[in-house]
Ligand binder design. Structure first.
Ligand code: FES
Length: 150
């Protein structure tokens, strides 16, 4: 904020930097930014929730992003998404209760030639099927039965 002279129009840059520093944007942090930039807290909260790249909760230990862009969608992205949702028992935008996996969607990963594509822990992986994606995630996702057994 200091680098931007506390200018209100630097809000998006400030939110990016804050997320980079803290991993996610918790409410107290948003209030601090709103106060420092002299913006209404509702405006800061609205911006933070509007853009999908801002997270208001800590991410899981592992992340899975499923591309729902046109190229991926026509090649079966919806079945990839439902596979992960069933495996992890979460919806897109959520993190498993054990904090192991965060699931989200994207509009295009820039890998349309290898559709359908996903990003797991930052690595783009194309030509996925429900079976290959399920196998990839097996090491990351703990079934509820296993969790209860612990
Ligand atoms: S539409 Fe999925 S990578 Fe472009």
């Amino acid at each position: 904020m200091k680098r931007h002279q506390y200018q209100p129009d630097a809000l998006i840059e400030v939110l990016h930097k804050a997320q980079e520093l803290f991993g996610y944007l918790e409410l107290d942090l948003l209030l601090h930014i709103a106060h420092s930039l002299k913006l209404p807290p509702s405006h800061v909260y609205g911006v933070a929730t509007f853009y999908h790249f801002f997270a208001l909760k800590p991410a899981g230990a592992h992340t899975c992003v499923i591309c729902m862009g046109t190229a991926c969608y026509v090649k079966g992205a919806a079945s990839l998404l439902s596979t992960v949702e069933q495996m992890a028992q979460i919806q897109a935008g959520e993190t498993t209760a054990d904090g192991q996996l965060s699931l989200s969607t994207a509009r295009c990963l820039g890998a349309c030639g290898s559709a359908p594509a996903v990003v797991i822990d930052g690595d783009v992986m194309g030509y996925q099927t429900p079976e290959t994606l399920g196998a990839l995630l097996t090491i990351h996702v703990q079934s509820p039965g296993e969790e209860e057994a612990q």
